[in-house]
Design a protein around this ligand. Structure first.
Ligand SMILES: Nc1ncnc2c1ncn2[C@@H]1O[C@H](COP(=O)(O)OP(=O)(O)O)[C@@H](O)[C@H]1O
Ligand SMILES: [Mg+2]
Length: 153
């Protein structure tokens, strides 16, 4: 699924739509360059779930946990692991496929910890356009395909 959004608001509306459909155990991987819109998407997602606390990327920790009425929301940003090479065995797998919903930025640095069935969302800037983003959503398994179908509906 590919969507061209024109504004921050449209990115966050898409995130809200996904937030309405997730259940505990779902994992969402967000990819794209710095400034592409991964954290902005996460903000729209958290807002839909009633999170009032400002959502910003964790700097000193790899994970921030937000409480929602339905499940814990885990926001992982493991950007800084990119410089450290071996990123295995960090014990991050506890955030996936369990009691909560996880959104992960820079998931390529924790490949070994990730589950097989994930919804992948990539963000690309459009040349010459300040607020346009090309968003591509793909699924890798049964559950993520259900989510994708819900997004397409
Ligand atoms: N359509 C859009 N979707 C998401 N962010 C946008 C969009 N248009 C402009 N922006 C801006 O781009 C920046 C994206 O930053 P951020 O979400 O932190 O990126 P990332 O987490 O991918 O590094 C923000 O300053 C945001 O306001
Ligand atoms: Mg970010």
């Amino acid at each position: 699924m590919r969507i061209l959004v024109n504004t921050v608001n449209e990115t966050q509306e898409l995130a809200a739509k996904l937030a309405k459909n997730v259940i505990a155990g779902d994992t969402i991987l967000l990819s794209g360059d710095l400034g592409a819109g991964k954290t902005t998407f996460t903000q729209g997602f958290a807002k839909e779930l009633g999170v009032r606390r400002p959502v910003k990327s964790p700097t000193f920790t790899l994970v921030r946990e937000y409480r929602t009425e339905k499940f814990p929301l885990y926001h992982l940003d493991v950007y800084r692991l990119g410089e450290e090479g071996n990123a295995e065995d960090l014990g991050l797998s506890e955030y996936f496929g369990g009691d909560g919903v996880a959104l992960v930025e820079w998931s390529q640095y924790i490949k070994a910890d990730l589950p097989d069935d994930v919804l992948k969302i990539s963000f690309e800037r459009v040349e010459g356009q300040e607020t346009e983003r090309l968003i591509t959503i793909t699924a890798t398994g049964h559950r993520s395909n259900q989510l994708l179908a819900a997004m397409e509906a």
